[in-house]
Design a protein around this ligand. Structure first.
Ligand code: PBG
Length: 327
C-alpha cells in the first residue's frame, strides 16, 4: 500500500474531516489554574515575567477565582506568600496562615470548584529551601512532619486535594498517615512525583518569593538528564498512597510524561511551568510568535503526550478559546 494508493492528505482536506479524525482533544476539564495569595487587602501586584498573573490578597483572589470557575475551569492550585519567614517555615502549617485563610474564603464563596493546595516549605522558610536545613544540608526526615502538618492544616481549612511539591523522600506516606489519622481518608493526594531541578521555574520564584538563599535544589529535585528515575519516583509515590502523579516541567519532559502514562495508567498531571509561559509571552510581545496558536499547540501536545490534567497559567485564555470553538 504505497503512493498513490495511500494518500494521507485525503484526511486533511477540510476542517470538518480533520475534526473527525483528530486524536487528541483539549478540554476545559483538564485545566488547573495556579494562583498566588498574599496578606493584605486590595492587593494586586502583577508578576514581572508572568504578565496577567498577580500576587493577590484574599479579597481580590476570591474575585479572580469566581471568574475562573465561571469559565468552566474545574480546579485551581494555591501558592502562598507568608507575612514572615523562619527556619522551619512556621506559617506553612499555621491555622491562620495565608493559604489556610484563602482556602476558607474560597470555599465560603465559590461552589463546585476543586481547591488544590501546593504543599511545600520553600515560600515560608528564611533560607528558601523545601526542607529543614542543618549544617548547610537539606534534611529529609525532620522535614516530613512539617509537610504532614502543612497538608493537614490545608485540608482542615477545606482544601479538596493536597499536592506536595517538596521532593523529600517519604512525604506522601507521611501526609497520607496524618490525613487518615484525622479522619480525612477521603482526601486525595496529587504528588509532584517527577519534579526536575529546572531553570524553567525562574519566574515562579519571583512570584512566590521562594528562591533558595544559598545553593540550589539539586539535592532533592531530579536531574533533568534522568527518565528511568522518574518512573521509580512515580512508583514510590503511588506505593505510598498518591492518587495522582505529576510531571514537572511539562514541555521539555514530554517523553517522561508519555512513559509515566503508559507504565502506570493512573491520572497524570503535567505542570506547564512559569518559564514555559514566560517564553511564549515574551516571544508574542516581540511579535515573533502567534500567542494563541502557540499556546493551544503546546497544551494539545502536553495532552497528546499523556497528561490528563494540565496546570497552566494559560488556563483562562485556553478555556475562552475552547468555549468559542464549541460555539
Ligand atoms: C515549590 C514549587 C515551585 C514550583 C511549584 N511549586 C518552585 C520550585 O520548586 O522552585 C514551580 C512552578 C512554576 O515554575 O510555575 N516547591
Amino acid at each position: 500500500m504505497h503512493y498513490p494508493l495511500f494518500r494521507p492528505r485525503r484526511l486533511r482536506e477540510t476542517e470538518t474531516i480533520r475534526r473527525m479524525v483528530r486524536e487528541t482533544r483539549l478540554s476545559v476539564d483538564a485545566l488547573i489554574m495556579p494562583f498566588f495569595v498574599v496578606h493584605g487587602r486590595s492587593v494586586r501586584r502583577e508578576i514581572d515575567a508572568m504578565p496577567g498573573n498577580f500576587q493577590l490578597s484574599v479579597d481580590e483572589l476570591v474575585k479572580e477565582v469566581k471568574d475562573t470557575a465561571a469559565l468552566g475551569i474545574p480546579a485551581i492550585i494555591l501558592f502562598g506568600l507568608p507575612a514572615t519567614k523562619d527556619a522551619v517555615g512556621s506559617e506553612a502549617f499555621a491555622r491562620d496562615g495565608i493559604v489556610q485563610q484563602a482556602v476558607r474564603a474560597i470555599k465560603d464563596s465559590v461552589s463546585d470548584l476543586v481547591v488544590i493546595t501546593d504543599v511545600c516549605l520553600c515560600e515560608y522558610t528564611s533560607h528558601g529551601h523545601c526542607g529543614v536545613v542543618e549544617q548547610g544540608r537539606i534534611k529529609n526526615d525532620p522535614t516530613l512532619d512539617l509537610l504532614a502538618r502543612t497538608a493537614l492544616s490545608h485540608v482542615e481549612a477545606g482544601a479538596d486535594i493536597v499536592a506536595p511539591s517538596d521532593m523529600m523522600d517519604g512525604r506522601v506516606a507521611a501526609i497520607r498517615e496524618a490525613l487518615d489519622d484525622h479522619g480525612f481518608e477521603e482526601t486525595p493526594i496529587l504528588a509532584y512525583a517527577a519534579k526536575y531541578a529546572s531553570a524553567f521555574y525562574g519566574p515562579f520564584r519571583e512570584a512566590a518569593g521562594s528562591a533558595p538563599q544559598f545553593g540550589d535544589r539539586r539535592s532533592y529535585q531530579m536531574d533533568p538528564a534522568n527518565a528511568d528515575e522518574a518512573l521509580r519516583e512515580v512508583a514510590l509515590d503511588l506505593d505510598e498512597g498518591a492518587d495522582m502523579v505529576m510531571v514537572k516541567p511539562a514541555l521539555a519532559y514530554l517523553d517522561v510524561l508519555a512513559r509515566v502514562k503508559a507504565e502506570f495508567g493512573v491520572p497524570v498531571a503535567a505542570y506547564n511551568v512559569s518559564g514555559e509561559f514566560a517564553m511564549v509571552k515574551a516571544a508574542a510581545r516581540l511579535g515573533w510568535l502567534d500567542e494563541e496558536r502557540t499556546m493551544m499547540e503546546i497544551l494539545t501536545a502536553i495532552r497528546r503526550a499523556g497528561a490528563d490534567l494540565i496546570l497552566t497559567y494559560y488556563a483562562r485564555e485556553a478555556a475562552r478559546i475552547l468555549r468559542q470553538q464549541a460555539g
